[in-house]
Design a protein around this ligand. Structure first.
Ligand SMILES: *Cc1c(COP(=O)(O)O)cnc(C)c1O
Length: 461
């Protein structure tokens, strides 16, 4: 059978976008401003620059510039692993016997195994341009630490990664790869920072947490000359860099005369979803097209489906600015879940605003056994072993395709396959052994997190 659309839709190097798209320039209303955690008033650029690289702080605050040139030095790095393909899931469609057309953008084709390299490249490039001499960050599941260590190796930038201690013990291969790319990895909490020493004193034997690792990384950045802190999701700058995913995907679908009816992304901090949806949301905001957007999150960490839209801290250490977002509360500790990249209490302020205002149509929470069932089915038919995070989007793509079969409609579905799951083999072992559990927090569990939401005089009482 000859097919009108090829299995892989490629762009040439010359066709790779030369600008990122800033969706904020087309939003009807900006998201509520970040609030300074000490002064409790909206942050100024000067508040951000001691912690963040100056160019990135400018991008963070810019709600009006529609397109940003991708520096040539970043384009050169992108060309090592981009443009990434859009793949028509013919075999998955066949297996589901669905009239739906399913496409996925594959961002796992680089050593870090995820889309996070798109922003890591940009952030390290700007740090180097500024003349900074080192960077710090935290990593939980390890994907961000890996991507950043790759970018730092490429641009010759020393990096310290505070990795949640329990993760560094459970995922020794992540540590191996981060160190192979030359970064200095410190299990957190550590005795290298004041806050780390305090936590170790108060909780000897703790396995650490993302919030604690963030606090250590920030302390190290602000106490080391020429050092700044970088973050892999949630922030506007990260969504800006990730827009390359959507810009490419839109061109690729245009090449085969397609436009998606449904666009699906998994949602941890919101960066890949923000990236894939950006140019399609532009159409929706302009009223020229009306795609249906779905964010998919784990049922164990349901910030959009069960969270509150409120000002909250971005970290458990309460040192980062407060953002108005869907949140479970910075003190909420999600139960162990194999999609480590989705275990975040909050959500990007941009994604939160679009969801609150009804432009992002739907958020759906899925139990992890259903996620792994979809991952295994997808692996069998499309032969890519997905990251557990990505498999959240696969689950919903499959469910929507089945709905099309039942309704007899031939919708076009696009989802983002953010990465591969080679570092998540313990999760697959557990699933295959029938040992996977689905812990869903009770309303009482969530109430504990909500009780810790901050009070801000005149803004949030
Ligand atoms: C980090 C990660 C995610 C979730 O992060 P977002 O910022 O929400 O995109 C999804 N998939 C993979 C493979 C990841 O590493």
């Amino acid at each position: 059978m000859s097919r009108k659309v090829p299995k892989h839709i490629y762009l040439t190097e010359d066709q790779m976008p030369k600008q990122w798209y800033n969706l904020r320039a087309d939003m009807k209303e900006a998201h509520d401003p970040y609030i300074h955690p000490g002064k409790m008033v909206p942050v100024e650029l000067d508040d951000l620059t001691p912690v963040f690289c100056t160019e990135l702080a400018k991008q963070e605050a810019d709600n009006t510039t529609r397109y940003f040139d991708i520096p040539e030095g970043v384009q050169d790095f992108y060309k090592i692993f981009r443009p990434s393909p859009v793949i028509r899931a013919y075999e998955l469609e066949k297996a589901l016997n669905t009239p739906a057309k399913i496409y996925y953008k594959f961002e796992g084709n680089n050593t870090s195994g995820s889309h996070k390299l798109n922003s890591a490249a940009a952030q390290v490039y700007y740090a180097k341009e500024q003349g900074l001499t080192s960077l710090t960050t935290e990593t939980g599941a390890g994907q961000w630490g890996t991507a950043l260590s790759m970018a730092c190796a490429f641009y010759d930038m020393p990096l310290t990664v505070f990795m949640v201690k329990i993760s560094s013990e459970q995922k020794p291969y992540r540590k191996a790869i981060i160190e192979t790319f030359g970064a200095h990895l410190i299990p957190s909490p550590s005795n290298t920072t004041q806050i780390g020493r305090k936590i170790l004193e108060d909780h000897p034997g703790t396995g650490g947490s993302l919030g604690c690792a963030i606090s250590e990384a920030i302390e190290k950045a602000v106490t080391t000359p020429g050092c700044r802190y970088v973050l892999g999701s949630v922030l506007n700058q990260v969504l800006l860099h990730q827009s390359i995913i959507g810009l490419e995907a839109k061109m690729q679908l245009e090449m085969v005369d397609e436009y998606p009816d449904i666009i699906i992304g998994c949602a941890g901090g919101g960066s890949n979803l923000g990236g894939i949806m950006a140019p399609f949301m532009q159409d929706k905001l302009a009223g020229t097209k009306n795609p249906y957007f779905i964010a998919v999150e784990p049922a164990s960490c349901p910030s959009m489906t069960r969270g509150k839209y409120a000002y909250d801290f971005c970290d458990t250490g309460h040192v980062t600015p407060l953002a108005k977002m869907y949140t479970l509360g910075a003190d909420f500790i999600p139960s162990a879940n194999h999609a480590g990249g989705l275990r975040y209490h909050g959500m990007s302020p941009m994604i939160s605003k679009l969801y609150h205002d009804g432009y992002l149509d739907e958020a759906r929470a899925i139990e992890q056994s259903k996620v792994f069932e979809a991952a295994k089915f997808f692996a069998k038919h499309e032969t890519i072993l997905p990251a557990p995070e990505s498999a959240h989007a696969i689950r919903v793509a499959i469910d929507e395709a089945i709905k099309c079969r039942e309704e007899g409609t031939a919708k076009t579905i696009l989802f983002n396959l953010t990465g591969t799951g080679y570092f998540d083999m313990q999760a697959y072992l557990d699933y295959n052994a029938g040992k996977m559990t689905d812990y869903i927090p009770t309303d009482a569990d969530l109430a504990v997190g909500f009780a810790g939401l901050p009070k801000i005089p005149g803004i949030q009482e």
